[in-house]
Design a protein around this ligand. Structure first.
Ligand SMILES: *Cc1c(COP(=O)(O)O)cnc(C)c1O
Length: 378
C-alpha cells in the first residue's frame, strides 16, 4: 500500500501556509484540493493553531465521561450553528465513524433495519458505512457487509419515494455527491426525501462530511436545500486538518440512540481545533465567500472552455465544491496541473477533475487555476 499521488514523481510535502504547500525540493504548490476538503481555512490558520497549542498546554486528553470546558463549548457552538432542532451532538474521529453512528442511531430509534442509500454515493469504509457506499471495488473484498441496504438513483425523487416504506430505518444521502463525481441534487429531490421519510417515520441522514463547513456556500448544505434532516454527519473540514467528526441529531434520535461510545470521542485537542474552525468560519462569513468564489470559478472555467474549445463536458458544483468533467480523462489533467503548473487538485471518478480548495482563496488563485486548466486542456 502506498499513499503517493503520482507514482513517478511523489510530492513529499513538508510545509503548508494558507492555500499553498511546499514540497521537500522547495517547490510551492497551490493546494486546490485541500487534501479532500480538510483545510477549509487553509494550512496553518492562526486561530486554529493557537487553539490547539493552548489546549495542548492545558490538558491533551480526558475520557469522554468527564465534561471538559472546550468540549462543552464545542457542543454549544455546533448546536447553535446547526439547523434548529438538530442540536444534539455526538463526536468522533472521522467521517465513516460519524455515519456508522448515524446508521446505528437510526436503527435503534426506529426499530427498523432497512437503509436506503444512493447509486454513486460514498459514506465511508468501515463495515456499516461501507455497506451504504456504492462502488463495488471498495466492497467486494470484504463481503458480507451489513445487509438490508437498498440503492436508488441519485436525484430521482420518484424512485426514492417508492423505496421508502414502513420498514425503513434511514435514508442516507449527500446533498452534493463528492466521490461520485460532484453531482449536486436538486432541492426538490432533497425536500421530497424529507417529506417521504417524515411520513414513514424513517430517519433522514444528510452526509455532510464533504459538503459541510461552508463548502457549498452555506455552513451546512441542508440550509441551502431548506431541509431539516434528522441527522447531519460532519468530518473532513471540521477540525481544519485534525481528525474530528460529528453526528448531529434531533431529540427523537438522541433520546433513543441505544448504547454507543468511542474512547477518543471529543478529546480536548480536537475539540479545540473544531471550535476554532467553526467559530472562524461563522464569524468571518466564510460560507458566503465560498459561494462567491465558487460562482466566479465556475463561470470563468465555462467561459474559458467555450472560448478555447477545451473539450469540457460539464462544469458543476455548489460553492467551492467544483467538478469539471473533461474528455481527456481526469488523471492526465491532474498530472499536468501538478507537474507543469504546481496546482494540486483531485479526481472524482475517471473523468471529473475536482476542486475542494481552502474556502479562503481569492480571485487571483482562481485566475491562476483557470489559466492552467486552459493550457492543460488546450
Ligand atoms: C470522505 C467522506 C466520508 C468518509 O470520511 P472518512 O473521514 O474518510 O472516514 C464519508 N462521506 C463523505 C460524503 C465523504 O466525502
Amino acid at each position: 500500500m502506498s499513499g503517493f499521488v503520482f507514482s513517478e514523481k511523489p510530492i513529499e510535502i513538508v510545509e503548508g501556509d494558507g492555500a499553498f504547500v511546499t514540497d521537500s525540493n522547495g517547490t510551492e504548490y497551490l493546494d486546490m484540493g485541500a487534501s479532500y476538503a480538510c483545510v477549509p481555512l487553509g494550512h496553518g490558520h492562526e486561530a486554529v493553531q493557537d487553539a490547539i497549542t493552548d489546549q495542548l498546554s492545558r490538558v491533551t486528553y480526558v475520557q469522554a465521561s468527564y465534561p471538559v470546558e472546550i468540549r462543552t463549548k464545542l457542543y454549544k457552538l455546533l448546536a447553535e450553528t446547526a439547523p434548529k432542532t438538530v442540536d444534539k451532538v455526538w463526536l468522533c474521529n472521522s467521517g465513516t465513524e460519524a455515519n456508522e453512528a448515524a446508521l446505528k442511531f437510526a436503527r435503534s430509534a426506529t426499530g427498523n433495519s432497512k437503509i436506503i442509500s444512493t447509486k454513486r454515493g460514498f459514506h465511508g469504509r468501515t463495515m456499516g458505512a461501507l455497506a451504504t457506499t456504492w462502488k463495488n471495488k471498495y466492497k467486494k473484498p470484504y463481503e458480507p457487509l451489513i445487509g438490508d441496504v437498498e440503492f436508488v438513483a441519485y436525484d430521482d425523487a420518484e424512485e426514492m419515494a417508492a423505496a421508502i416504506d414502513d420498514d425503513t430505518a434511514a435514508v442516507i444521502v449527500e446533498p452534493v455527491q463528492g466521490e461520485g463525481g460532484i453531482n449536486p441534487a436538486r432541492k426538490e429531490f432533497l425536500q421530497r426525501v424529507r417529506v417521504e421519510t417524515a411520513t414513514s417515520g424513517a430517519a433522514l441522514i444528510f452526509d455532510e462530511v464533504q459538503t459541510g463547513m461552508g463548502r457549498t456556500g452555506t455552513l451546512w448544505a441542508s440550509e441551502w436545500a431548506d431541509v431539516v434532516p434528522d441527522m447531519i454527519t460532519s468530518a473532513k473540514g471540521l477540525g481544519n486538518g485534525l481528525p474530528v467528526g460529528a453526528t448531529l441529531c434531533r431529540d427523537w434520535i438522541a433520546d433513543n440512540y441505544g448504547s454507543h461510545a468511542s474512547t477518543f470521542s471529543g478529546g480536548p485537542v480536537i475539540s479545540a481545533a473544531a471550535h476554532a474552525t467553526v467559530s472562524t468560519i461563522v464569524d468571518e462569513e466564510i460560507p458566503q465567500h465560498a459561494a462567491d468564489m465558487g460562482e466566479y470559478m465556475m463561470s470563468e472555467i465555462e467561459a474559458a472552455a467555450e472560448e478555447h474549445d477545451l473539450g469540457v463536458r460539464d462544469v458543476r458544483g455548489n460553492g467551492l465544491m467544483v467538478g469539471v468533467e473533461v474528455k481527456k480523462g481526469a488523471n492526465r489533467v491532474l498530472r499536468d496541473l501538478a507537474m507543469n503548473h504546481q496546482i494540486l487538485a483531485l479526481p472524482a471518478g475517471r473523468t471529473v477533475v475536482r476542486f475542494l480548495p481552502p474556502l479562503t482563496i481569492d480571485k487571483t488563485h482562481v485566475d491562476r487555476v483557470v489559466d492552467a486548466l486552459t493550457e492543460a486542456l488546450d
